[in-house]
Ligand binder design. Structure first.
Ligand SMILES: [Zn+2]
Length: 69
């Protein structure tokens, strides 16, 4: 069946038994397990970028200075 190629975003072919993902546009050829990891990894990077954006405004809160009595 057709799925989205994680590399070139074109149509890749997933084998009926989920054993392999192949893309004729960019010569992608990996197992379905690798494909899932590849996609998850890419989305993790994307989340990190969004995460940095969100936490950037917060900054670091000062630690407790009460210890310096
Ligand atoms: Zn591709």
């Amino acid at each position: 069946m057709k799925i989205k190629c994680p590399k070139c975003k074109k149509d890749a072919e997933l084998a009926m038994d989920y054993s392999a993902v192949k893309c004729s546009s960019c010569d992608l050829d990996m197992s379905y397990g690798e494909y899932v990891k590849f996609v998850a990894h890419n989305e993790a990077i994307y989340s990190d970028i969004l995460g940095d954006y969100a936490t950037g405004a917060e900054g670091h809160t000062a630690g407790s200075l009460d210890e310096w009595d």
